[in-house]
Each structure stands twice: as C-alpha cells, then as structure tokens.
Design a protein around this ligand. Structure first.
Ligand code: PEP
Length: 257
C-alpha cells in the first residue's frame, strides 16, 4: 500500500511572515485530517524553513526544501547543504524541478549527485521528471522520461529507491492551467513504474510513490488520484492559499484505491 503524498511547492513566493501565516492557516484547515491516509509536505523558500518548521512542530505536516547542493559544506557561495536542510527541520527535498532544469542548468548528473547526498543525510528526495511540449508533440515523452529516470538514478540501489518519491511533472502543465488528463498522467506513471520494475524489480517498483504535478487544483485532484499509479501530487500555484491546498489534501485523502 502506497501512502498518498501531497506536497506544496511554494516556489519563490512568501516572505517569512507570509509563510508563517500560510502554515498556520493550513494547520487550522487540516486539523481534522486523517494523517494516516495522507502525508502532507510543505516546501517553502529557504529563508522561511526554520520559521515554518516551528509552526509545524508537533503536527503531522512535514517540511521540505525546493533544492539542495550535493556537498556537505565548503566554499560554495549561495548553496545550501543537506545538513543545513536537516538542521532547519526538513525531511524532504525537491530535486530536479523543471524550473531548475530550465533556468539554472540542472542536469540528470547534478540531480543524481543531489539525490545521493540527500539520501546520505536521511532526507527524502522528491525527484522530478517530465517532458516539455515540444518533446510531447514530437512523440518523445517516453524517451525523455527514460533519460530523466535512468540518468538521475545512476548507482542508486533498490533499498535507497524505497526512500525516494518520484514526481511526474509534464513541463507544459506547470503553472499553465493546462492539466494532463488523468489518462495521460496514468499512461506516464505506468511507464515510470514499469521502468522502475525493470531496474529494481516489481516488488520495489510497487512501493515507490509517484506524484503527478502540473496545475493540480481542487477540481481535478480526485480524478487524477483515481488512477491506479497516481500516488499523490506536487502542487505549485494552488498550494499558495490555505483553502485551496487544504481542499486538495482533503479530496486526495478521500480517494480510496
Ligand atoms: C510545481 O511547481 O511543481 C507545479 C506543478 O506548479 P503548478 O501546480 O502551479 O502547475
């Protein structure tokens, strides 16, 4: 049984005070939630991690970061290490988000190093993969997904894979309001699980959670979650308001598979 996981990627939004308000709002909205059914992760900007950790203290809501560097420490101006994220209260970290691949030169190779460094320090990586519009329209979706998965997971063992989450995020659906249909999402999620099965064996692949990301909102979460290989969502825009994010979490928690 894979536990549903809903993560909010706050991107480069929210000052510290705004982040505290949002986290408090979510705490209020989600207090009735059955956390046995769903894992909730909030990923604020680095500057707000410690304060949000304090708000989430003694709740079942988890904290994650949006990126990490792969060195433990050193002269790497501007970077943040896995140790620092742990220190700030993080349990999760998003790695290889398409915005990092697109604007900051992230490659499968750096994603691989970041995954290894995160696992070494007990952080759960949320590993993002996904094709852009041109790649989809030229029928290269599976090829790109295979490159992202195989390139990002070099020398990661089956045991380590069980401590990761995969996020399938079609780039054309991120922040565009254009969601993949549940059928399109399921098709790629199944492809990813089959690929993981070939790489790590069926038993391991069946346990790895695969989230969908790309314009998830309260109106489409239930249908997406209804698909057998969709185990949760990575939510950007709709995670920036307590009411919409809590509706997404609540609706996801109600889907029984
Ligand atoms: C994301 O940031 O990972 C994302 C999926 O954004 P949005 O929900 O806004 O499309």
């Amino acid at each position: 049984m894979r536990k549903t996981i809903i993560a909010g990627n706050w991107k480069m939004y929210k000052t510290i005070n705004e982040a505290i308000d949002l986290a408090n709002g979510l705490k209020r909205e989600l207090f009735k939630l059955d956390f046995a059914a769903v894992e909730v992760v909030l990923c604020p900007a680095f500057t707000a991690l410690s304060e949000v950790a304090e708000v989430l203290n003694e709740t079942d809501i988890q904290l994650g970061a949006q990126d990490v560097y792969y060195q433990d420490g050193g002269a790497f101006t501007g970077e943040v290490s896995p140790l620092m994220l742990k220190d700030a209260g993080c349990k999760f970290v998003i790695i290889g988000h398409s915005e990092r691949r697109q604007f900051f030169g992230e490659t499968n190779e750096t994603v691989n190093k970041k995954i290894k460094a995160s696992l070494k320090h007990g952080l759960t990586p949320i590993i993002c993969v996904g094709e852009n519009l041109q790649e989809r329209e030229s029928d290269n979706t599976f090829k790109v997904i295979q490159e992202h998965i195989k390139g990002s997971l070099v020398d990661i063992s089956a045991e380590e894979m069980l401590k990761t989450v995969i996020a399938y995020e079609p780039v054309w659906a991120i922040g565009t309001g254009k969601t993949a249909t549940p059928e399109q999402a399921q098709e790629v999620h199944k492809y990813i699980r089959d690929l993981l099965s070939k790489m790590y064996g069926k038993e391991t692949a069946d346990e790895i959670r695969i989230q969908y990301g790309g314009s998830v909102k309260p109106e489409n979460i239930a249908e997406l979650m209804g698909k057998p290989d969709v185990d949760g969502a990575l939510v950007g825009g709709a995670s920036l308001k307590a009411d919409t994010f809590s509706q997404i979490v609540t609706k996801a928690s109600e889907v029984i598979k």
